[in-house]
Design a protein around this ligand. Structure first.
Ligand code: ADP
Ligand code: LRH
Length: 533
């Protein structure tokens, strides 16, 4: 059997609809010298639609343009469906493990009455960035445009909330990294929450608009700081204490569950069969990307999910809720199949994205070539300094950081880029060392996945800084993780993460980097930025 699936993957810098073709049992090639278990199968991804995403300032508030995203998703789904029909690879719709909760019985108005249409998509799934949400009223109407996590409404809110709920208690229940934009702090800053009856995280909101079904997918719920990481359910106690109205948080659903069929209007607009199941995937993009880490069985790996953010950490079976983990500000986010994503948010390529935006320059490859030639270790910043969080004049903020830390500011764009990339590599090194210490795990290889895995200079600097081999790719890890979870739900023989990862490894070309240079240079750089810990 083979399945054709649409992955809707919304990153903070772009959204895309990808068409995935999965045939886990097909005979295929194996990649590289280390034969992946299983070693065969097909996993192909075609980008059918990509669109801009980012903050939109309205008055004093930064929003997401949620309706534009919804419209682009419909355009992408229609294109993915048409492409599937043109290729004509699907003979019959496979039946999902669980029947759709509500499969609308009506056919789309545009469907021909006589000859059956060529088979289209077998399913679709949505993942996006974490922590943000939409609020619905009792009629299911959206109350206001969702606010962007980089908005300033949460300034000082964390400190206020921590006066009534201690940081220790929050960590013991949720195991989450303290970030000022966690959902709990956004809700504490929310005006008029009493008018809301349902909170939906972004992928759940979009899923609701497609199916009419409400729910909260677990991996994304785990990023809210309102989710009990051990009990794997909402913490009613925390919700009550920050004034969340009863019933606001919908029932948890797990990745792999079928959410529902398409609403008639959606089927009509996209040309999809209304019975096409919308399947819950690891709806937090980072959870989906970690599914697609191309690790071989038994490998002691770390990952860096590298995009707007760099999510740097380990995959564990159980959360680590020790005082050391809390002091190191590690998060225990929920992964697919009950895994724990033990990681830290590092500010990531956002800093460079903002520099390019401010300079009005879109030649990233040219900038990276110039950065590779720029002098090493000239200027270093702490990328996690709070001054880099909000959109704005990033080159100016780097200059200010330099002034505060007694360094000369970088004098060229190439020098700025070199500074950002070396500083990120340094932050990765520090984070992975702490992760090993705190979780009591050793790392033998670092997998870099996501858009940033194409940045050869950053990958090499990461290998050098960490003193570990780096394996870069796949670029579209979130979309791959998204389609793999859907494929399993539809009966593809992908019993566990090991099998999914073997399929990624067997079907994607990865780029290896070995550590080079002098480790002492990185020791010196680390003490320049972080002191001698
Ligand atoms: P997100 O999902 O957060 O929107 P992506 O995973 O799409 O992020 O990664 C976006 C980042 O990938 C960009 O900020 C850029 O730094 C990097 N990137 C994209 N294309 C290239 C390229 N050709 N070479 C190097 N880096 C790239
Ligand atoms: C990456 C990401 C990350 C979250 C942040 C808000 O896209 O989902 O895992 O912390 O966005």
């Amino acid at each position: 059997m083979a399945v054709n699936l649409a992955a809707v993957d919304l990153g903070a810098s772009s959204g895309r609809v990808m068409l995935g073709h999965v045939d886990a049992a097909a005979r295929g090639r194996t990649a590289g010298s280390r034969r992946a278990s299983g070693g065969a199968g097909r996993l192909e991804l075609t980008e059918v639609h990509r669109f801009w995403n980012g903050p939109v300032r309205l008055g004093n508030t930064l929003h997401w343009d949620i309706l534009a995203l919804y419209r682009e998703i419909l355009v992408g789904l229609a294109a993915a469906n048409t492409l599937t029909q043109t290729r004509g690879t699907t003979a019959a719709r496979p039946s999902p493990a669980t029947a759709p909760a509500t499969a609308p019985a009506t056919a789309p108005a545009s469907a021909p009455a006589s000859a059956p249409a060529p088979a289209g998509l077998d399913g679709l799934g949505i993942d996006s960035w974490a922590v943000d949400y939409g609020l619905l009223d009792s009629q299911g109407r959206l109350l206001g445009n969702p606010v962007h996590y980089r908005d300033g409404r949460t300034d000082g809110v964390m400190e206020r909330v921590l006066q009534s709920i201690s940081a220790d208690e929050l960590y013991a229940v949720t195991g989450l990294q303290q970030l000022p934009f966690n959902t709990i702090y956004q809700l504490a800053a929310e005006q008029g929450i009493e008018r809301a009856t349902t909170l939906l995280m972004i992928p759940d909101l979009l899923g609701y608009w497609l199916t009419g079904e409400v729910g909260a997918e677990a991996t994304n719920a785990s990023t809210t700081q309102l989710y009990d990481v051990r009990a794997r359910r909402w913490s009613a106690e925390l919700a009550r204490r920050i004034g969340v109205p009863d019933g606001l948080l919908p029932e948890i659903r797990e990745a792999g569950q079928v959410i529902g069929g398409l609403l008639p209007a959606v089927a009509e607009e996209t040309g999809l069969d209304p019975a096409t199941p919308v399947i819950a995937v690891g709806s937090h993009d980072t959870a989906s990307s970690v599914v697609a880490v191309p690790a071989v069985e038994g490998e002691r790996f770390a990952y860096i999910s590298s995009g707007t953010w760099s999510l740097v950490g380990l995959e564990l079976d159980e959360p680590v809720l020790t005082a050391e983990a809390q002091a190191a500000n590690f998060t225990n986010e929920g992964g697919v199949d009950g895994r724990i994503r033990f990681l830290r948010n590092v500010m990531g390529l956002w800093i460079l994205q903002e520099c390019l935006r401010v300079w009005g320059d879109d030649d990233l490859p040219g900038l990276l070539r110039a950065a590779a030639e720029a002098p090493a270790f000239a200027v270093l910043i702490d990328p996690d300094d709070p001054s880099f969080l909000a959109p704005g004049d990033m080159p100016g903020r780097i200059e200010e950081f330099c002034a505060r830390s007694g360094q000369d500011a970088p004098r060229s764009r190439a020098a700025v880029a070199r500074c950002v990339l070396e500083s990120l590599a340094l932050a990765y090194r520090r984070t992975l060392r702490l992760a090993q210490e705190v979780a009591g795990r050793e790392i033998e290889v670092v997998h870099v996945i996501g858009g940033g895995s194409q940045n050869e200079l950053l990958c090499q600097l990461t290998a050098d800084a960490c003193g570990l081999p780096v394996l870069a790719g796949p670029v579209e890890a979130s979309a791959l993780g998204n389609v793999l979870v859907q494929a399993r739900a539809l009966g593809e023989p992908l019993p566990d993460l090991t099998a999914m990862r073997a399929l990624v490894r067997a079907t994607h070309k990865l780029r290896p980097y070995q550590p080079q240079g002098k480790p002492a240079d990185w020791d010196a750089a680390e003490s320049r930025v972080f002191g001698t810990r």
